[in-house]
Design a binder for this molecule. Structure first.
Ligand code: SF4
Length: 708
């Protein structure tokens, strides 16, 4: 039995950075953390860690932490430190005033994947039950909302199908739009170990990521596609598998919906879906697409139907934001889901469809109902049975209509109908696309309440600042990319006096919604009572077993389910979905002849608010624009030069990094530093199904400039 929180010197908790969710021992001296040691019994990391979790926790006590609530009537006024009661009272009265004048729909809330499950649950409860609308969204909107939509449509639930350990049984690994060695380092190492043992690797990415060529590892195929053409490549792979007879007929007949399959088959067989037709679209030779499709379905690049008649390999797909953050993000997820069903690669170890979640609790924030159309547990707000359960528990009547998504909130603000925002743990000004539009929206609002540990970029537009708490200052749970729910354990008192969940409770009560919890474990008990897939989850069970994986209830093993969709899909039969390639509207022109795309680097994390305030900053102290030597030479740019980058949305300046990691015609940067302004140039283009922004494709021009 693991003793949580009982040792003065060593406390088990979970890393607050990426979606791997590594377990750590916080080694303590009094209430001071002296080091973070990776927990050998942590199932997500088995004693391993990366430079972020291991070393970059000092931000929690950084001098920039704000520990006093503050208010101001106008954003041009100086901040005024006030008591908690005054700040909460002011925020509540402003929200009430705005709703009285402009209607119930005129306010909303945003929660973050940095928050615990319990905090996220409370924010959506506050919006639904205190504001009385469904205007709640999460930063998953701008990363994995297409995963929710695509996997929900195909399989019936939005979640990775495997555990990380599953890769130990994989014969073929397909990585698309993900860079695990930088963004999910501990899992990236696990993947490399399996590849060194002999598993075959296919990489689909516009950039030469480390996995393509690293010591002792070579991708058998690197499909270096043009940004924005994932659907073309994936559909062409499916065409190859179908027309060469490499699909798993028995699996499809037994496990998949016949009607959807026959309609999809007709679509995918067409010559327009072939690799030869798609070659000019995606820039990948047809022969390479065919070889990758054979490798994925048969285990050999020259594989035939005869090969799979006797042996079918375990093939697993891992994908990231290079799949989702596109105008066809949801379609790409559906195309991935189709490929896995077509080849019978769902429902056992070593296979599956595995979204690599960027932030620590993206999975959890989606699970907890922080989308405007879904209650906790992915039940649609229009479902009267689900609504009735929450209404009975919360003592309110819920609005059956979906609320505003995050970008719709911005649009409504600009048009004058959305005027109040409660924003917990999310820096929307730096992280969302088209910064100018976000700023315009925020300036149009009458009351913005920011709850965060630092005065972030969004706080520049706020009227109330409520100091937040770091992961070291609160109890709760995070859910990682493999649906694993792990404990976050308070190791020191909140610097501002209250943990984030307590602040939301105060605000709810001030708004007239009674909330009364003695500890976050009671919030989880409420979640479990209202969410069938969480019915067996409790702090007691997590602490006793180390972690649990949802679904976790009376129908599952005590620690929950490791492999999903074993005998049947959550929706019953798996559903094939038509994935017609539609080019993005974002096109290169004479004025903007290059495609700009973005990503992450190992030592930094997202908008950098935490890692920039640690020694990790010494390893990567600026964002740089990666550009191919040919494009650099054409423009007279040499390595280290300052360059201006301009799109139809805006412009910024960075230093150039000339590298053959890029393909000609494509440039790339990270977005860890606010001053580099990567999202000043990304546009408002977004996924057709979910409004997830198209961060990965922006037409730009790049030219040398003098040092700014
Ligand atoms: Fe933290 Fe992710 Fe690194 Fe693990 S891999 S230590 S969860 S940042």
């Amino acid at each position: 039995i693991i003793q949580f929180g009982q040792s003065e010197h060593s406390v088990i908790t979970t890393c607050a950075y990426c979606g791997v969710g590594c377990g750590f021992k916080a080694e303590m001296k009094g209430s001071q953390v002296v080091r973070m040691v990776p927990w050998k019994d942590g199932k997500a990391n088995e004693g391993h860690s990366c430079v972020k979790g291991r070393f970059a926790w000092g931000y929690a006590t950084h001098k920039d932490r704000i520990t006093k609530p503050m208010i101001r009537a106008k954003i041009t006024d100086p901040w005024r430190e006030v008591s908690w009661d005054e700040a909460i009272g002011y925020a509540a009265s402003e929200f009430k005033r705005i709703q009285a004048k402009h209607g119930r729909e005129s306010v909303g809330g945003i929660t973050s994947s940095r928050c615990t499950n319990e905090e996220t649950y409370l924010v959506q409860k506050l919006v639904r039950a205190a504001f009385g609308n469904n205007n709640v969204d999460t930063c998953a909107r701008v990363c994995h909302s297409p995963t929710g939509y695509g996997l929900g449509q195909a399989y019936g639930t939005s979640a990775g199908t495997q555990t990380f350990k599953s890769i130990e049984k994989s014969d073929v690994v397909l990585v698309i739009g993900a860079n695990p060695t930088d963004a999910h380092p501990v899992f990236g190492s696990r993947m490399k170990k399996r590849l060194r043992q002999g598993a075959s690797l296919i990489v689909i990415d516009p950039r030469v990521i480390d996995l393509v060529k690293s010591p002792h590892i070579r991708a058998e195929h690197h499909l270096q596609l043009r940004p924005g053409t994932n659907v073309a490549v994936l559909t062409a792979m499916a065409h190859t598998i179908v027309t060469e007879g490499l699909w798993d007929e028995a699996y499809v007949a037994a496990r998949c919906d016949a009607q959807s399959f026959s309609e999809w088959l007709e679509f995918v067989r067409q010559p327009e879906s072939s690799p030869e037709a798609m070659e000019s679209v995606c820039g990948v030779p047809a022969a390479t697409i065919r070889a990758a499709a054979r490798l994925y379905s048969t285990g050999k690049s020259e594989g035939t139907a005869a090969d799979v008649a006797t042996h079918r390999p375990n093939s697993a797909i891992y994908y990231g934001l290079g799949v989702t953050e596109h105008a066809q993000g949801a379609t790409s997820v559906m195309a991935i889901a189709n490929l896995a069903m077509l080849t019978g690669n769902i429902g056992r170890e070593g296979v599956g469809v595995n979204p690599l979640r960027g932030q620590n609790n993206v999975q959890g924030s989606c699970d907890m109902g922080s989308f405007p159309h879904e209650l906790p547990g992915y039940r649609h707000i229009s479902d009267s049975t689900a609504r009735a359960e929450f209404e009975a528990a919360w003592g309110v009547t819920l609005d059956p209509e979906p609320g505003l998504r995050l970008p719709n909130m911005f649009d409504a603000a600009v048009s004058g109908s959305f005027l109040g925002l409660y924003c917990e743990g999310e820096d929307i000004v730096q992280s969302d696309p088209d910064t100018q539009h976000v700023a315009e929206a925020l300036m149009a609002m009458e009351c913005i309440v920011v709850q965060d540990i630092f005065l972030n970029e969004t706080a520049k537009y706020a009227h109330v600042f409520l100091p937040g708490s770091s992961f070291l200052e609160k109890d709760g749970t995070f859910t990682n990319a493999e649906r694993r729910i792990s404990r976050v354990t308070r190791v020191m008192p909140p610097l501002a006096g209250y943990a984030d969940w307590e602040v939301t409770v105060k605000l709810a009560n001030a708004l007239g919604l009674p909330m009364n919890y003695a500890h976050p474990s009671e919030i989880m008990d409420e979640i479990a009572a209202l969410t069938p897939t969480f019915r067996g989850v409790s702090f007691e069970r997590i602490e006793r077993l180390g972690s649990v994986q949802w679904p976790c209830n009376d129908d599952t093993p005590e620690a929950g389910v490791d492999t999903m969709h074993v005998d049947r899909f959550v929706r019953g039969k798996g559903r094939f979905l038509i994935t017609k390639y539609v080019p993005t509207d974002e096109k290169v022109t004479r004025k903007y002849p290059l495609l700009f795309t973005t990503g992450r680097i190992l030592s930094q994390y997202n908008v950098g608010a935490q890692t920039r305030r640690t020694e990790n900053n010494a390893w990567h102290a600026e964002d740089r624009l990666e550009i191919h030597p040919v494009d650099a030479e054409d423009r007279g740019i040499v390595d280290g030069d300052w360059v201006g980058i301009e799109s139809r949305a805006g412009s910024t300046v960075l230093r150039a990094l000339v590298t053959e990691r890029m393909q000609p015609g494509v440039v790339y940067t990270t977005f860890h530093f606010p001053e580099s302004g990567a999202n000043v140039i990304t546009t408002d283009s977004s996924d057709w199904a979910t409004n997830c922004p198209e961060y990965k494709v922006t037409a730009v021009q790049v030219m040398p400039v003098t040092q700014p």
